[in-house]
Every structure is written in C-alpha cells, then in structure tokens.
Design a protein around this ligand. Structure first.
Ligand code: DLL
Length: 447
C-alpha cells in the first residue's frame, strides 16, 4: 500500500547529489572506465580500434555515443574469462547467467565490486523502509543467480537480520514467516502472489492479518500494476519494484521510491542511455526505447554500452523523494525475443535444441507461455516425427514416454519445467517466412 512504510535514503551524499555534480562524477568515471577496459580487455581494445577511436576520445557524456555497443553475444563469446578486466586472483565471487545453450556469461566481483553491490542494495532496502531490527525473508534463489546473494549482502549492509530461505517450499516459507516474524519479503512478484494465495487457500492463514510483512522487494521479471495491487492486498504490504541484471551487477541497478512512478537508477554507478533498438540511435529523453547501461565503477567485468534488451524510458525530472537520480519506467518487455519464464532467461531456440535431442520429435512445435494465476506456465505443443505418429495409428496416448523424455530434456537444458502436449502430424501451422513459434500470452493476460 502506497506510502505505508517509512522510506529513507541510505547514501544522501550520492543519491541527492546536485545533477551538475553528478554529471561531473559520471564523466570522470567514464574516462577512467573507458581507459581501463581498453587496457585490460582485448575484446574492448578491438572494438575501440574497429570504431577508429581511443580512450582519449571519450571525455564527456556526449562522447559516449562514439563507443561501440556491447552485446550479450560478445560476453558469451568471451566465456569464461575473456571479459575479465581484473586479475582472476582478485576475483572473490563468480556468477553465471542462466539458461542458454552453449556458453553462459560470466559475472565476476572483486572485493570492491562486492562493496558497491552491498551499498546499492542497501539503498534499495532503505527505499523500501528497511532498517536495523527488520527481519528479511530472502526468498530469491541463492546460487549462480544473482538475486539471492545480492539481497543478502544488501540486508547485511543495512544491519537487518536475514533469513536466507531461498525460493520454493511455500508451506515452510509461510510457517517460518509466522514463527520468526519476518518483516520484509524479497522474492519475484509472481512467487509473492503465489505465497499469498497458498497461505490463504492451503493453510488457512491470512498473511495480511497474521504475518508481519510490511514491505516487499520484488523484481527479476516483468509485472504489472494489477499484480502489484493483488500482492499488496493478499500480503498486506507495500510492494517495490526492483530492477537489475547479472551482466551489470545483478539486482541493484534501480528501485522505486515511495512515489511508485518509476525506478531511480543508481546513476553514480550505472550510466543509462535509451536507444532505438533498430537504428541504435539515442532517443529523446522520456521516449521509449532499449535501455543501454555502462558500468562506471565495476572492476572485474565492466560493461561499456551494454544492450540490456529491455524496453523502457528514462527521465531526469525532479522527484518529491529528494533523490536526484533519474528514473526509468517499469520494464514491460524485451526488445529482443529472449524469454524469461519463472526467473530463467533463455532464447526460444534453446527449447528447440533441447527437444531435438530426443529421437522421434519433429521441428514442428510451439511454445505457449501463460500466467493464469500468478506463476508462469510453459506448454510445449509438438508434433512427433511422422514415422512415430504413424506407428501409433494416430493414438498419441501411446507416446507418453516420449513426452516425458522431452520434459526431462527441456528441464535439464533450459532449466524450466514445460508441460509437453503431443499433437497429430500436420496440426501445427507451417511458416513460409520467419516461423512464429512463441505465444507469450502473459502480455495480454490481466495480471
Ligand atoms: O533478474 C537480477 C535481479 C534479481 C533483479 C532479483 C531484481 C531482483 P538476470 O537473471 O540477469 O538478473 O535477469 C535480468 O530480468 O534484463 C529484465 O529483462 C528482467 N528483469 C529484472 N528485473 C526486472 C523488473 C536478474 N523489475 C533480466 N521488471 C532483465 C521487469 C525485470 N523485468
């Protein structure tokens, strides 16, 4: 519920810095990071050379446009250590991005990177009213996914108590929330809603009345205002949108303040641009386009003009909360066709790769993603090979073993559970041009 928690500012000396001072700081960091990347990372040096520039050409924020973009593919090609700017012996933590074929991308952190991560996450907790004395139920996945540890470090930096429960085991989440009296909930928005519904329907517990959650820090996937309302009502808390991505830091890039009309980007560490995803040109302030981020202070795996694939806008208008950092709009979609289902990012082609691993499948398939209640459901509709189909005389129920094997392959290669539905040969559409295999019905669903 808007305004129900007392939001505060963790590092006012940065978060409320006058914009002219902020721009100076950004330019100073930009010059340093451009030089650092050029000197330490051969892939960046090559990009600069191909663009006919040297770090000396980068002096002001206007010069940013001279620099080439960094794409996810550049990071993937450089796996495992090709983008590392720091000495490996100074890297304290490694994370890898989730769920793609071939190589993941490496996100490394030096001691200083971990300090920055803790600080930006502490700012996020403060924005959501968290203080020493609060108990944070951290239900983001711990492990290579950056959610769990990012929220963990931020809570420690604030001096709050963390319950590192990670995601899943919903019944236990609710019981422990009640028994320990946790006050802050951190998890994906769809999981928060699922917990609320589960508590009510399966355990007879009304979280809004019987639990002490006062604010929720929700992110890692797109969610709507309708879902916010539903979560706030079910759980009786104030819900904050948190945005971030592993290639840049993990969670911690931006957060809503209690105005809830945009997410303040931590501009002293992450420099935003909005571009037209087709032409690559910068769009006017306030116009929608693809978010591009440059890390200003990252030591281990810095990124220059990283194309996030996320569609949003950016505005530097004054905000009543007092922060001078500009705000991005909520992210509703991606400029590329990458999917994010239940927190796992993957290309649709990865699903094809997984199912074609199994004998007896065909390349005629479609992926349907829905969000009937709160959780994403992925269904894979697929034609078996004609030989196999004919061998069953059209009785697809004989092919349960095939469906099961496909489910297992998809789970192991993509990392997401899919319900497999076999359909008769010829039942799915054929395409003359680019095949449209994905039906993402979440965009049109009510939540
Ligand atoms: O999802 C980091 C994170 C963890 C953010 C926990 C917030 C909370 P990745 O797995 O690399 O990192 O996925 C990043 O997820 O490019 C967006 O497409 C999407 N995303 C993240 N936060 C939001 C959000 C983490 N608040 C990708 N709204 C990003 C919409 C989001 N999409």
């Amino acid at each position: 519920m808007k305004g129900s928690v007392k939001s505060w500012i963790f590092q006012p000396e940065f978060e409320k810095m006058p914009r002219n001072k902020l721009v100076k700081l950004q330019e100073e960091c930009l010059r340093k990071i451009a030089k650092y990347c050029y000197e330490k990372v051969p892939a960046y040096r090559k990009k600069f050379k191909d663009a006919g520039i040297t770090p000396d050409d980068i002096k002001t924020l206007d010069d940013l446009e001279k620099m080439p973009f960094t794409e996810k593919e550049d990071l993937r090609k450089a796996y495992p250590y090709g983008m590392l700017a720091a000495d490996l012996s100074n890297v304290l933590e490694l994370h890898a991005s989730s769920g793609t074929t071939g190589h993941p991308t490496t996100c490394a952190y030096t001691k200083r990177d971990l300090e920055v991560w803790s600080k930006v996450m502490a700012r996020i907790y403060a924005s959501a009213g968290t203080k020493k004395g609060d108990i944070v139920q951290n239900a983001y996945g711990y492990g290579l996914f950056t959610g769990g540890l990012g929220f963990h470090y931020g809570a420690l930096e604030i001096g709050a108590t963390v319950l590192p429960i990670a995601s899943g085991e919903t019944e236990r989440q609710i019981s422990l929330a009640k028994e320990y009296g946790t006050t802050i909930l951190a998890c994906t928005p769809t999981y928060a809603a699922h917990m609320g519904r589960y508590a009510k329907e399966k355990m007879g517990i009304d979280p809004a009345k019987e639990l002490k959650w006062k604010s929720g820090l929700f992110g890692a996937e797109a969610w709507s205002e309708q879902l916010r309302e539903r979560i706030e009502e079910l759980l009786g808390l104030e819900a904050f949108d948190i945005y971030g991505l592993s290639e840049v830091i993990g969670p911690g890039v931006s957060v809503e303040c209690s105005e809830h009309n945009g997410l303040h980007i931590q501009e002293d560490h992450f420099l935003p641009e909005i571009i037209d995803p087709i032409t690559g040109e910068k769009v006017e302030e306030g116009k929608t386009g693809e978010l591009v981020l440059t890390t200003l202070t990252r030591e281990s795996t810095p990124v220059l003009r990283f194309r996030t694939g996320d569609t949003t806008f950016f505005k530097t208008d004054e905000c009543s909360c007092g922060r001078t950092f500009g705000k991005m709009g909520r992210v509703f979609g991606r400029a590329d066709d990458m999917l994010k289902v239940r927190g796992v990012k993957f290309w649709p082609k990865t699903v094809e790769h997984a199912l074609l691993h199994v004998n007896g499948t065909s390349e005629n398939y479609e992926i349907i993603i829905e969000r009937p209640e709160e959780l994403d459901i992925m269904t894979l509709r697929l034609e078996p090979s004609r030989e196999l189909f004919e061998s069953t005389s059209g009785d697809l129920s004989k092919l349960q073993a095939l469906a099961k094997e496909i489910e297992e392959q998809v789970k192991s290669i993509v990392g997401v559970k899919a319900n497999v539905e076999l359909v008769p040969c010829g039942a799915l559409p054929r395409f003359m041009g680019k095949a449209k295999r994905v039906k993402d019905l979440r965009k049109t669903s009510k939540i």
